[in-house]
Design a protein around this ligand. Structure first.
Ligand code: ARG
Length: 275
């Protein structure tokens, strides 16, 4: 069965403010190029065996193309397929959330609303599953708050899923998905400089093989790739990354995401895998 994946066309994509250090606005977004890059990402996903589904873009929601952030998507035997709506830091991004919640609700997902109040939780920007739904890694510090992670952990404890809080310290790695990328059940790509010392010590024992990216690689989104059927969809590849992927039996597939990098995102954050 093909893996289903949700994306949002970049019809209204733009950089209009500075939500992260990449969004300097120095060179404006080339809309035509963004559209072509997004299309190429869809093709790469399809070629790796995924079935692409889309949500309608909404005018005025310039970051909606980053379809990883608006809800946390999960699966458990007890609950089935569920989503937990995000509580985004930025107001324009918060307005994206109801559109995604509706999309999932219509398709039968259980919607689990957390009482997040003043905390923040940014979906798969900061929350990543260990392959096989056994555990959740939860980054906090720039977007998601420690309190948000604790509220998620309380909810997930009801279905027996542990949540591992990881403090992030590098503003260029403001979301966990820029510095943690599980390659398979045993191995992971990380950029160690993105974590507090405690977080790094917490993270290590969960993996048999930890492959470390350099700052340069991480800041060029090489840790923000998509693993799909033994391929790694990435905006760039270095000899170092190539060697790591070979060791893990994974083939790199390059997809240019330069327009989206102007907004602080690349391949991983432009999609949500559906259970
Ligand atoms: N401009 C978007 C923001 O700052 C980019 C989000 C990228 N998403 C991600 N999961 N890293 O919110």
């Amino acid at each position: 069965m093909p893996k289903h994946v949700l994306l949002c066309p970049p019809t209204h994509f733009d950089v209009v403010d500075q939500k992260n250090p990449y969004m300097s606005g120095k060179s404006p977004v080339d809309k035509g190029k963004a559209q072509r890059q997004w299309q190429a990402l869809c093709s790469a996903l399809e070629q790796s065996g995924c079935q692409v589904e889309t949500i309608d873009p909404v005018a005025g929601l310039e970051d909606m193309v980053f379809a990883a952030n608006q809800v946390f998507v999960g699966y458990s035997e007890a609950v089935g397929r569920f989503v937990i709506p995000s509580r985004m830091v930025y107001a324009s991004r918060q307005r994206e959330v109801p559109h995604f919640v509706e999309w999932f609700r219509k398709r039968g997902y259980k919607v689990i609303e957390l009482d997040i109040s003043n905390d923040r939780l940014e979906g798969h920007g900061d929350l990543l599953w260990h392959p096989g739904w056994s555990r959740i890694y939860a980054g906090y510090g720039f977007r998601t708050t420690r309190g948000g992670v604790e509220k998620l952990a309380a909810e997930m404890s009801k279905i027996g899923v542990p949540v591992i809080p990881l403090q992030l310290v590098d503003p260029f790695c403001y979301h966990l998905d820029t510095c943690l990328c599980p390659l398979n059940d045993e191995s992971v790509l990380i950029y160690p400089g993105a974590y507090s010392q405690d977080a790094l010590a917490t993270l290590r024992p969960f993996w048999k093989r930890i492959h470390e990216l350099t700052a340069e690689e991480a800041h060029r989104f090489m840790g923000n790739g998509i693993v799909s059927n033994e391929t790694y969809i990435t905006p760039y590849v270095t000899d170092h990354l190539q060697t790591i992927l070979e060791l893990e039996g994974i083939k790199p597939v390059m997809v240019d995401t330069s327009e989206f990098e102007k907004s602080g995102g690349s391949a991983f954050c432009m999609k949500a895998f559906l259970p």
